[in-house]
Design a protein around this ligand. Sequence first.
Ligand code: 5GP
Length: 193
Amino acid sequence: MNENFKGKLFLIVGPSGSGKGTVIAELKKVFKDFVYPISYTTRKIREGEKPDDVYHFIARESFEKMIKNDEFLEYAIVHSNEYYGTPKKDIVEPLKEGKIVVREVDIQGFYSIKEIVSKEHLVSIFMKVSDLEDLKKRILRRGKMSDEELQRRMNSAIKEMEKASECDYQVENKWGAIDECVDEVEKIILNER
Ligand code: 5GP
């Protein structure tokens, strides 16, 4: 698919609560000329989230219609129950124009995109959290959640963390040290762009 890509896609991978969203929000302030595609999801909007910022929140039927119309570069069912998908045109077009594109995805999204976008146009950065108690605190800090949902997210996190070494870079997000983590990601991007 990527014969005529000129740009680079940076994927931020890692479990829920590892700080991917925070890192991308900081990158947006620094790298204003990058493209930050908005994904689609069927999960409910959380308190404090803005629609059409990180996600377009849509109904299951609408998502399934988009799947049928081949509108996703990749999509996945995350945490066993909700759809998440990256829109094809918002990624492919900027890559053809030579732009830098940055998006967070779960590990399944990374695997799918790795099959479609060749190495020279793709950089993957895994955000690690070594302490599971830390991770639990971060997930809970985002808002109310049932015990089952918390457990689902913790289980996905443990599984995702085992895959960290498959990414090009690993960045550790230590409790209270998000700035260092953002600096590290910025350095990687500047080096690779
Ligand atoms: P959350 O519900 O916490 O916003 O996201 C749950 C997980 O889905 C996170 O790991 C997040 O990075 C991932 N995710 C967000 N957007 C996409 C997407 O477009 N595709 C895939 N495969 N995963 C996504």
